[in-house]
Design a protein. Structure first.
Length: 101
């Protein structure tokens, strides 16, 4: 994937395609996170679009490094990384704000 993205810089049509697909992905991810914030299951002290960018960046980084360091991404470590990401986006007890506050 990283090779495709590196090559995309030289293909305007491919750049546009990647931009559209990634924008749609972020839009859906932001919507899911915002719904979780409204339900109190996702921290709401950081805007959903910023959380979406952070989660996307983490996932992109993991996927970029996996081919180079597969030994780091054992099933146990992948679960630990996912658990850590969940912890990062989970609300701290007693911090959920209701709308209008």
């Amino acid at each position: 994937m990283s090779q495709l993205l590196a090559h995309a810089r030289y293909e305007p049509a491919f750049v546009a395609l990647i931009e559209r697909r990634y924008a749609r992905y972020r839009e859906v991810q932001t919507s899911i996170l915002a719904a979780g914030q409204a339900q109190g299951t996702i921290r709401d002290d950081i805007p959903a679009d910023l959380l979406a960018d952070q989660l996307s960046a983490m996932g992109d980084g993991w996927m970029m490094m996996f081919p180079f360091e597969p030994e780091r991404f054992t099933p146990r470590r992948v679960l630990a990384l996912i658990d850590a990401a969940i912890t990062l986006i989970s609300p701290t007890p007693g911090t959920h704000r209701t709308s209008g506050s």
